[in-house]
Design a protein around this ligand. Structure first.
Ligand SMILES: Nc1ncnc2c1ncn2[C@@H]1O[C@H](COP(=O)(O)OP(=O)(O)OP(=O)(O)O)[C@@H](O)[C@H]1O
Ligand SMILES: [Mg+2]
Length: 507
């Protein structure tokens, strides 16, 4: 048994470049046995890259990694797994229409003939789940379970494969606050049983809650490694961004203008169960120059409502009005032409085409319009000037606008979407989880941008599970629960009270 305080992983002089990017520059970092070690840093600082190297997905250009003091060179994911390293990615890698059991079995070999394999794996997996106290129903399909449960499955899978070190890359960005707390409890339990944990997050309160040691990366370098007990959120954000981050905004109160968008008595039947409603009698009016926030725990109908507003799905009953014109049966393209912008929560599937360049992504919805197209021909110079403008304004960290967006760091992908959607002639903005995956500096920037858009007369409907964000930005807050708007609040309403409403307790 190795003692705590001994090195589990040591990175020595790790350097990694991508075309045009020095992603990691001489990284020296020690991860000790039995610790929860957090990695912090701005979007694009190199956190995921460093972890991908450890897991064997990328290779360093130079430098060495030591595992338990021994040089560790054959770094492929398979080899990492064999050496007890498990990684839970920013985006899950499960197969949706397989059961949880099948997903965990995948790629494993059993000593039993194929017919008996499932029973064998079931027993073995249940042993691991009992040992670590992680409960999952192995027979459910992955697509049937919540994101929080999928994450549990990923963790169980890694433990089943013998992980002694777990890497979690922004595990809480997809979780509700309650799910995050459950995850932390689970990580503490695992840690108490000896698992070393590397945890990447942008949420400083989480980092302060869960970690023993915190390292801050900036521009591909480690700028500090500190024990939690000797630092504070303020110091961490200063180390990360290089300046103090403003947490309070002055929100000039503007007279509310005319109605821009109205959701009128929208209801939606559950396609699998006609007697049930996914949305029931939703009515919201959004006026010029106001931000209406919808708070709620994920999966209470927010996604469906957003899809109906953007014409990606039809409502069963009810109407939509844009500037008092009935747009209930309009197409997404028509809505965009009337001044709709949409920032979705699922940026990889709905917001971006991952194989397209940044430039192509900035004109996804408007490429056929002037000035990007004249007559029948695209205008490359106009398009690249426009993309350069967005990259500069929104501080997208990239060597060039021709890079495919899949090569950008998670936070920089989000900045491309926000830049694109806020740079159009927008009357009505529907924005979901605007700052998911962004670092503290970028969050402040995006919040200021939304407030500026509001000041300029944009009508904004913001759907977010981040209660702090909703309270900071919204003029009015509506609380959604089980497909209904069950209460109203504003920025003076206490967090506790809004939280109670989100959990379905009516006052
Ligand atoms: N496959 C790749 N090809 C080209 N460049 C890449 C690739 N992966 C990462 N990069 C670049 O390396 C740098 C570090 O990216 P990385 O994803 O490690 O950042 P991060 O700290 O995880 O950021 P975030 O908080 O936004 O997730 C970025 O400039 C990114 O664009
Ligand atoms: Mg990352």
């Amino acid at each position: 048994m190795l003692m705590a305080e001994e090195s589990h992983i040591t990175f020595r002089n790790i350097t990694k470049t991508f075309p045009g990017v020095l992603a990691l520059r001489n990284i020296n970092l020690e991860i000790k046995h039995g610790q929860i070690h957090a990695l912090l840093g701005e979007n694009g600082a190199g956190k995921s890259t460093l972890m991908n190297i450890l897991y064997g997905l990328y290779h360093q250009d130079s430098g060495e990694i030591f595992l338990d003091g021994e040089k560790y060179a054959l770094n492929t994911p398979k080899n990492a797994t064999a050496h007890g390293i498990g990684m839970i990615h920013q985006h899950f890698m499960l197969i949706p229409n397989f059961t949880i059991l099948e997903n965990i079995m995948l790629g494993q070999t059993s000593p039993k003939p194929p017919k008996l394999e499932k029973d064998y794996f079931r027993k073995e997996i249940l042993k691991v789940s009992a040992k670590f106290g992680i409960e999952v129903d192995l027979d459910l399909l992955v697509e049937e379970v919540s994101v929080g449960m999928q994450q549990k499955v990923e963790i169980l899978k890694a433990l089943y494969k013998g992980a002694k070190l777990l890497i979690l890359d922004e595990p809480t960005s997809v979780l509700t606050p309650q799910e995050s707390q459950e995850l932390f409890k689970m990580l503490h339990d695992l840690n108490n049983k000896g698992t070393t944990i590397i945890f990447i997050s942008h949420k400083l309160n989480e980092v302060m809650q869960i970690s023993d040691t915190i390292s801050v990366l900036r521009d591909g370098e480690v700028v500090a490694t500190l024990p939690k007990s000797q630092t504070s959120q303020e110091e961490l954000s200063r180390l990360m961004v290089g300046r103090n981050v403003n947490n309070k905004y002055d929100k000039a109160s503007e007279p509310i203008g005319e109605e821009i968008f109205r959701i009128d008595n929208i209801s939606l039947h559950d396609p699998h169960n006609k007697g049930r409603f996914l949305l029931k009698d939703i009515s919201i009016q959004i006026s010029k120059g106001e931000i209406v926030g919808i708070a709620g725990v994920d999966q209470n109908g927010q996604e469906e409502l957003a899809e109906i507003i953007c014409a990606l799905r039809a409502a069963t009953f009810g109407n939509l009005y844009m500037c008092r014109h009935d747009v209930t049966n309009s197409t997404t393209r028509q809505l965009i032409e009337l001044g709709l912008s949409f920032i979705p929560s699922d940026r990889r599937n709905q917001g971006l085409v991952m194989d397209f360049s940044i430039a192509e992504n900035t004109i996804l919805e408007t490429h056929y319009q002037k000035p990007f197209t004249r007559g029948f021909s695209l205008q490359p110079q106009v398009i690249s000037d426009y993309a350069e403008m967005i990259v500069k304004e929104y501080d997208v960290r990239t060597p060039s606008i021709n890079v495919p967006v899949k090569n950008l760091s998670g936070g920089n992908q989000q900045k491309v979407i926000i830049g694109r959607e806020l740079s159009r002639n927008t009357r009505f903005l529907l924005v979901m989880q605007p700052t998911m995956g962004l670092d503290v500096g970028a969050i402040e920037f995006v919040h200021q941008r939304l407030l500026k858009a509001r000041q300029g007369g944009m009508a904004i409907l913001m759907i977010s599970t981040d209660l702090e964000e909703v309270r900071k930005l919204s003029d009015r807050i509506l609380v959604m629960y089980e497909g209904k708007i069950i209460g109203q609040a504003d920025s003076t309403t206490s967090i506790e009270k809004i939280g109670m409403m989100m959990a379905g307790f009516f006052q």
